[in-house]
Design a protein. Sequence first.
Length: 433
Amino acid sequence: MIPRYARPAMTAIWEPESKYGIWLEIETLAAEAMEALGQIPAGTSAVVREKAAFEVARIDEIEAEVKHDVIAFLTNVAEHVGEPARFLHKGMTSSDVLDTCLNVQLVRATDILMEGMDRVLTALEKRAFEHKMTPTIGRSHGIHAEPTTFGVKLATFHAEFQRAKKRLVAAREEIATCAISGAVGTFANIDPRIEEYVSEKLGLSPEPVSTQVIPRDRHAMYFATLGVIASSIERLATEIRHLQRTELYEAEEFFSKGQKGSSAMPHKRNPVLTENLTGLARLVRMAVVPAMENVALWHERDISHSSVERGIGPDTTIHLDFALHRLAGVIENLLVYPENMQAVMDKMGGLHNSQRVLLALVEAGNSREDSYRMVQRNAMKTWAGEGAFLDHLRADADVTAKLSNEKLESLFDDGYHFQRVDYIFTRVFGRSA
């Protein structure tokens, strides 16, 4: 992670002060529960609440000697709390603090990601209705197919990000667990009621079985979900990049006053934001395989996952948060050129109506094979730049023997292709207007 691709709210979750603050809250909550159960002296947790503090620099100093971050943290806290600090961490193990903290951070990060997701969905819905009936050519294999509308294009992305939001909700639930179960997760030295208390206070659920660590299949699912969301971001970014190509110029990223596109060529207006989004998507997906590989730890635990998560936890959530808000801004400010969309669609001389002619010939009594040959031989003339498709059809005796001139002309009404746009919008947005 670098500051260039980070937003302060998300970055703050991963700062040392935030992490150690969560550690202290976990330890304090555990002490409260132990005190309520009569396991430590009355008043201990109140002293901890009042006096406990830490200094990041001091923790680093202690860790340099003891080579253990949780011990360094507890030692620093004890310097503030005094004698009652001996009751902190009673029956607990480092993973109880580390794993519970990580999941708290991931839950908080997810709540911020949800804000970005909602902004993307709002922007897509607004622009989709704005261009609900703006004709544009649909493409398969990058080649002109049949007409669609730019609003329908955006509706496909809205539906995709609706699914992404549902997956993010599920990922949050998957990761929102707490483990305060002690060495190898047997609760031998700590009462399970302490875990229940800490879980409730932190808004988490107790991990059913923690083998000293929270099982990493949960984290694998979480980061895989973020990877899928990143791929959806890239799909939309790639579409915009294609539409901005000079020979199409159907849509374009907003180009602000004073912005420069190239150090060498003053005329350039490059799709830098969506190209950036493509790169950020790769960075997010980069975490997926390491998260999967973290699942297979040795026996009840090892720490091969630790170094991985110290990197992918902040990096992935920070990059995805930035990407969602950048994408939302691109959509909100996207410049759309309906006249260029129409010109591009008209460029191929009406070939986008070939299926309608094919079906009309079949309905008129021809076999599908004969109808296909008749349509294709005329279409290939237009493809070669030899005139309009409709004119070739009118000059083909086999075609006109089955279809009148009036019928042929009716098959070139582009409005036909948009007759079910309202139906699509109702399915996606729950409304058509």
